[in-house]
Design a protein around this ligand. Structure first.
Ligand code: SF4
Ligand code: SF4
Length: 112
């Protein structure tokens, strides 16, 4: 019986196309709650640093002196914790993924 099941799987795999997609050439479907990347509504930010302190991977840098907010996209694990703790609710999870990159992928925003 096990051999029959294995043969069925083997034949199905032989004639099925690839299960993977050619990302980023072909994008996967996105859903409303897909965890893509963190976005910030900069004018609302008060530089309290709560997001930076609570981020489990240290992906966020807040600098009150230069009124800037930055994120290392490759460090972010899309947990969404920063958006939950932000007192101004200016962080949100966009359902579009970060653009693929070979090197660093850091974004910095400022109100200056
Ligand atoms: S989603 Fe999680 S890992 Fe990414 S910046 Fe926010 S707290 Fe950090
Ligand atoms: S928690 Fe919100 S208001 Fe505070 S620094 Fe982060 S983004 Fe700005």
């Amino acid at each position: 019986m096990a051999i029959l099941n294995m043969s069925k799987t083997l034949f199905k795999s032989l004639f099925h196309g690839p299960y993977t997609t050619l990302y980023p050439l072909k994008e996967k479907d996105k859903y409303e709650r897909t965890r893509g990347k963190i976005e910030i509504d900069m004018p609302q930010c008060i530089y309290c640093g709560m997001c930076q302190r609570r981020c489990p991977t240290g992906a966020i840098q807040v600098d009150k002196a230069s009124v800037s907010w930055g994120i290392d996209r490759l460090k972010c694990i899309q947990c969404g914790y920063c958006s939950e703790v932000c007192p101004k609710k200016c962080l949100s999870m966009d359902n579009h993924y970060t653009t693929p990159s070979y090197g660093e992928s850091k974004d910095k925003f400022t109100n200056a």
